[in-house]
Design a protein around this ligand. Sequence first.
Ligand SMILES: [Zn+2]
Length: 68
Amino acid sequence: MKNRNYAKECPKCGGKDIGFGKQSGYATMSTANKMSLGSNIEFVLCTDCGYIIESYVAKPEKFKGTIM
Ligand SMILES: [Zn+2]
């Protein structure tokens, strides 16, 4: 994951074993106006309890100007 100041510790269980996940394929987030194919979502999660600490859209620039 690129240059993100992601969580180093789980706020729920205090675990420090943080992992990265990715949601792609049909589970992408699409822009509200459906004009683009959307973007994958990346997760920072706790590998001890499974809590998703942070989630990011992989290509946030795709969502610029989508407020109507
Ligand atoms: Zn945890």
